[in-house]
Design a protein around this ligand. Structure first.
Ligand code: FES
Length: 137
């Protein structure tokens, strides 16, 4: 492993994240109040890009099913949320047979996803050199 420049500090304002690709690795670089962190940019559930999610303090919320990961450690803090009630509301104006079929389809998806494990993501050492963000990859 070696320190490699991945971005300029000005490219990632506080409270935001950026996806970068270095040495065949996809990284999510996060700026938490002026401190930068780097974790793998593939969710430990179903590989969504975490950089496209939300940053809540030091937690990254996955854009697909809302698993949360600590940007300091890469550890999973909470698993996916599969909200069938919210999906059902989206079809509330549809005919009964459509609601029934869609409900059955999403219940099947939720059942299939319930057995998928969610893993921690790797965390990488970050150093700042002037305006450069360096990551040990
Ligand atoms: S892909 Fe991230 S929680 Fe499902």
């Amino acid at each position: 492993m070696s320190l490699i420049k991945v971005a300029k500090t000005g490219e990632i304002p506080p409270g935001t994240m950026k996806h970068v690709e270095i040495n065949d690795k996809e990284l999510c670089i996060a700026n938490v109040g002026g401190t930068f962190y780097a974790i793998g940019d593939r969710c430990g559930h179903e590989n969504a890009s975490l950089a496209r999610g939300k940053l809540e303090g030091t937690l990254v919320v996955c854009p697909m099913h809302s698993s949360k990961f600590d940007v300091k450690t890469g550890k999973k803090v909470s698993g996916p949320v599969l909200e069938l009630a919210g999906i059902a509301k989206k079809f509330s104006g549809c005919p009964e047979h459509v609601r029934t079929e869609m409900s059955a389809m999403f219940e099947g998806i939720a059942e299939a996803q319930s057995s998928i494990k969610t893993y921690d993501v790797p965390a990488y050492e970050v150093k700042i050199d002037g305006n450069d963000i360096l990551v040990n990859v």
